[in-house]
Ligand binder design. Structure first.
Ligand code: SF4
Length: 208
């Protein structure tokens, strides 16, 4: 497997304590559409062809841009995903927005939820997001971060409980767990990068 992960913005409506890119409402800007396309096309031609993950920040704050991005890469044959915090789970119009995104090639969404995200949203909203994505025939994965491998701290126990509650309703979606080693300095900012995955970062000054 090889693919592309593209961080299109650092703007986010949440400010999670473990955010790897230190995203938040004060971070502004989003990648320009042609720049997005050119970077994807180049890496695709270099052989990174299995998947394209659009990540932020929170991409769904810019639904119009997401539409433009997907339209620009409509002819590229790869599974296309968006990573989201699912804040839109209770907002009805997103049911139709997802439908439009699916029409132009979106394959799936990856919803992040764990102890860190729970300060900003609740399980019912996450379930709403899962429901809307499934109704549109999208592939759905829940991604959670743990601090310990043996679930030995309170944050992890809470994350585990959240996942259990979501699994009671959605057994057939995907689940990804990432463990961050708390013994290392700055461990919360570390993240695993698949060696066959190319990561493209948005440059804050791109639009200046
Ligand atoms: S929702 Fe995701 S991008 Fe936003 S602050 Fe939290 S971890 Fe960072």
């Amino acid at each position: 497997m090889s693919g592309i992960r593209i961080i299109v913005t650092y703007n986010c409506n949440f400010m999670c304590g473990n955010c790897r890119y230190k995203c938040g409402p004060y971070r502004k800007g989003i990648m320009e559409v042609n720049n997005f396309r050119n970077k994807i096309v180049k890496l695709y031609e270099d052989g990174y062809r299995d998947y394209i993950i659009i990540e932020g920040g929170e991409p769904f704050l810019y639904i119009g841009m997401i539409y433009k991005y997907l339209k620009k890469i409509k002819n590229i044959d790869a599974k296309k995903y968006i990573i989201t915090n699912g804040f839109w789970g209770d907002i009805e119009t997103y049911l139709y927005s997802l439908n439009e995104l699916k029409e132009i090639g979106l394959y799936g969404i990856i919803i992040e939820y764990d102890y860190f995200h729970s300060a900003f949203t609740d399980i019912s909203t996450i379930k709403g997001a899962i429901e809307k994505a499934l109704k549109n025939g999208l592939n759905v994965t829940l991604k959670s971060v743990f601090l310990t491998k043996d679930i030995s701290v309170k944050a992890d126990i809470l994350t585990f409980e959240f996942i259990k509650k979501i699994r009671e309703s959605y057994k057939n979606i995907g689940y990804i767990f990432e463990c961050v080693n708390t013994n290392e300095q700055n461990a919360l900012l570390k993240f695993k990068t698949n060696t066959k995955e190319k990561v493209i970062m948005y440059k804050d000054r791109e639009n200046i």
